[in-house]
Design a protein around this ligand. Structure first.
Ligand SMILES: Cc1cc2nc3c(=O)[nH]c(=O)nc-3n(C[C@H](O)[C@H](O)[C@H](O)COP(=O)(O)OP(=O)(O)OC[C@H]3O[C@@H](n4cnc5c(N)ncnc54)[C@H](O)[C@@H]3O)c2cc1C
Length: 406
């Protein structure tokens, strides 16, 4: 049986950064990353952006080149899925029955795309966008595709809709709620993006309930809505969130549910097992201590950096202001903070100019900003969130007042 001082499960953003930071912090023990995908770690955001558009080859989205891992003696155990964890024996087992021992385990397994439960959800032509394999499978079918139905008006669905529209496809976006981005942003941002997509020719349907995916010869040929309308298409993309990949940890007795519960040091309730990234359910200081999971590269990296410090002798709590970005058409959205629980929104600038910001307030305090093509607001507004400032809303709304002054 092989054994590593630190074993990282998940070769994604968080797992890769944990190994990188450990070596940067002069950790000298043995490190391995075990991941179920065949590739060494690569960036996921381009999968719904320039990689999908065919503008960036796979080699350019690798987090580090292959030689980097070898030079730093970080073993890459790719193509192996961990199916069980034995915390007492300090051992994991992979799907092919291999046991791997560890001193410390870092669980960085992300999540898998939530799939539809209606009939037709598993037909050929129905796609998710989470891995390189997902996207390459989808891209192979693009030449024979004219009409695409995207189910889910979240960031990934909207980004895919933007790319596919640019590629000349006729795209329909189906959102079950009454606005897109409803779980992550305020109504003014939703309305702005709905209008942008419509202006680019996307058919955005709100309050749309999917009944089933229609089939012909084993392939998806349309999406049927409640009320019986059929939207004929050659491709369906499902972007309705992820299910955190934590089953082996929960089966081993870790606390959790929607993710695995971690404390401020990213420790699970099992001995010598940390969890980081998309799968880590944590109390977030920027949401007044509410327990949540964050799905962002920044969170994956910051949690990884904190754990690497803790494991090299400097106990470090995860305490980073959340930030996120999304690219759609020529629009760059940058978000800082968490808008959960806001009670007022200040609009700064004119959305019609396609450069503006929304500031989310809770009892007068700035808790988050959404900045569309407004880098300066994003950079300067960050401090307002970090320091929990409560400036005069009228001044916040005035683009002539630079946020730095507030
Ligand atoms: C299409 C797309 C676009 C995105 N765009 C943005 C963006 O613009 N900005 C942003 O901040 N974030 C974006 N994100 C989110 C961001 O990519 C994730 O938050 C980030 O990848 C989380 O890192 P992670 O390491 O926790 O999980 P992942 O990167 O998903 O890595 C987890 C890895 O673990 C593997 N794994 C799972 N279970 C096991 C197991 N049992 N054994 C072995 N391996 C396992 C998975 O296959 C995966 O390779 C995007 C995500 C997607 C899918």
């Amino acid at each position: 049986m092989s054994r590593y001082d630190i074993l990282i499960v998940g070769a994604g953003h968080a797992g890769a950064q944990a190994a990188i930071a450990l070596r940067q912090n002069k950790y000298e023990g043995s490190i391995a990353i075990v991941g179920d995908e065949p590739e060494i770690p690569y960036e996921r955001p381009p999968l719904s952006k320039d990689f999908l558009a065919g503008e960036k080859p796979f080699e350019r989205i690798l987090i580090r080149p292959a030689a980097f891992w070898a030079e730093r003696e970080i073993a890459m155990l790719t193509g192996k899925r961990v199916v069980s964890v034995d915390p007492a024996a300090h051992e994991v087992t992979t799907a092919d029955g291999e046991a791997i021992g560890y001193g410390t385990l870092i669980w960085a397994a992300g999540g898998s795309p939530r799939s539809l439960i209606c009939s037709g959800h598993d037909l050929a032509g129905v796609h998710a966008i989470r891995t390189r394999a997902d996207v390459e499978r989808l891209m192979r079918e693009l030449a024979a595709t004219q009409r695409v139905v995207v189910i889910g008006g979240g960031y990934i669905g909207l980004e895919a809709a933007a790319v596919l529209t640019k590629l000349g496809k006729k795209v329909t976006v189906l959102e079950a709620l009454d606005r897109v981005l409803a779980r992550v942003a305020g109504a003014p941002l939703s309305r702005f993006y709905e209008a942008e997509h419509r202006a680019h020719g996307v058919d955005v349907r709100l309050g749309a309930m999917v009944e089933c995916i229609e089939e012909q010869g084993g392939r998806a040929v349309g999406v049927r809505l409640a009320g019986d309308e059929l939207l004929p298409c050659e491709m369906v993309i499902v972007g309705i969130g992820i299910i955190p990949a934590v089953a082996p940890l929960l089966a081993a007795g870790a606390d959790g549910g929607n993710g695995v519960r971690v404390d401020a040091l990213c420790r699970t309730t099992l001995p010598d097992i940390f969890a980081i990234g998309d799968c880590a359910l944590h109390a977030n200081a920027f949401a007044d201590g509410a327990e949540l999971r964050l799905e962002s590269v920044q969170n994956a990296n910051d949690m990884a950096n904190a754990v690497a410090k803790t494991l090299t002798g400097l106990p470090t709590e995860y305490h980073a202001v959340p930030w996120f970005w999304s690219n759609q058409y020529d629009l760059r959205l940058q978000t800082v903070g968490l808008s959960i629980g806001y009670d007022a929104i200040v609009t700064r600038g004119d959305p019609a100019s396609r450069s503006f910001s929304l500031l989310y307030l809770k009892q007068g305090r700035v808790i988050a900003l959404d900045c569309v093509n407004a880098v300066r607001d994003y950079v300067q507004g960050r401090t307002l969130v970090v320091e929990g400032k409560s400036p005069d809303p009228a001044r916040l709304a005035d683009p002539a007042v630079v946020l730095k002054e507030l």
